[in-house]
Design a protein around this ligand. Structure first.
Ligand SMILES: [Zn+2]
Length: 98
């Protein structure tokens, strides 16, 4: 299913789109957390006086749900971050060619 095609299972063209998937927070009942498929605390930019600057990066998920048959498809939110994880070996990400 892409943005121009219908559902691969039933052909319906109606979908529910969740641009940033989230999950209930396991500790706080009134809170939700972003759902990520990969995340790491990595060094970014050039090291400064206090050393390297680190930042938490993650790859979220866009979800599309067929409004007729409930078929679900997932799309990674940020291929650039996924590529960087694969190149640096972070977050158990690796690229394979099939
Ligand atoms: Zn469907």
């Amino acid at each position: 299913m892409s943005n121009t095609e219908g559902c691969v299972k039933c052909g319906s063209r109606r979908f529910y789109v969740i641009e940033k998937a989230s999950v209930p927070h396991y500790e706080f009942s009134n809170s939700v957390k972003p759902f990520a498929i990969a995340a790491a605390y990595v060094e970014v930019g050039k090291p400064g006086f206090f050393g390297a600057k680190s930042e938490r990066l993650s790859v979220g998920v866009e979800v599309q749900v067929c409004a007729k048959c409930r078929h679900i498809e997932f799309y990674a939110s940020d291929l650039d971050v996924l590529k960087m994880f694969a190149e640096s070996g972070e977050a158990s990400v690796r690229e394979v060619k099939r």
